[in-house]
Design a protein around this ligand. Structure first.
Ligand code: CA
Ligand code: CA
Ligand code: CA
Length: 200
């Protein structure tokens, strides 16, 4: 059974007629082999369909890809109706920060961002386009700020050594409370450093 050829390798999508001829050549061998699974896969491409991959063919596709299967009809020279198999894959448009186009912005993307980092006003290398958030042809700390905002991993992004740590956004009420705390701290510090003098 192991002597049977891998007929999936015999597919030539540009030459369906030649592919069919190759399949027919190995058909007697498949029939006499006793390998029913092999035989079934070999012969179950429907009549009249040309260019179709063998049953059991597996494609590795990106999870966010759009794909289209087309079966346009055509008339054969014998006047029969046939179908030509056509399969196209369109990858989803990549979004800024998602260098590996897998729908998230995480540590894999961080590594690329770090290697693409140029600093201000230095042209980034080819392939680093998704790191230039502000579109000024460099990848610097301005872009890093946007990259952090685009981050999707719940654990949060690591620091980027070239850029100062980003201060988290504080709400208006948070700012008021912060101002009050600074005032109180300042008052206490003043009181503590300049003890009151009392004359009697
Ligand atoms: Ca990603
Ligand atoms: Ca810049
Ligand atoms: Ca930039």
């Amino acid at each position: 059974m192991s002597d049977l050829p891998d007929f999936r390798r015999l597919w030539d999508y540009q030459k369906p007629d030649e592919t069919e001829r190759r399949f027919r050549e190995i058909l007697p061998q498949a029939e006499s082999s006793g390998d029913r699974n092999y035989l079934l896969e070999l012969v179950t491409v429907p009549d009249g369909v040309t260019g179709a991959p063998a049953v059991g063919t597996v494609w590795e596709l990106p999870t966010d890809a759009l794909f289209t299967v087309e079966l346009p009809t055509y008339q054969t020279t014998e006047g029969l109706t046939g179908y030509e198999f056509s399969f196209t894959v369109t990858e989803a448009e990549a979004s800024p920060g998602d260098f590996n186009n897998d729908g998230d912005v995480d540590h894999d993307d961080y590594q690329t961002f770090e290697s693409c980092f140029t600093g201000p006003d230095v042209q980034f290398a080819p392939g680093c386009e998704l790191g230039d958030f502000d579109g000024d042809a460099d990848i610097d700390c301005d872009d890093w700020g946007q990259f952090v905002l685009a981050w999707t991993d719940p654990a949060g992004p690591p620091l980027l050594p070239d850029c100062p740590p980003l201060i988290p956004a504080v709400s208006d009420w948070g700012m008021v409370m912060l101002a009050l705390l600074v005032l109180i701290a300042g008052t206490l510090a003043q009181t503590g450093s300049q003890p009151l003098r009392v004359r009697v």
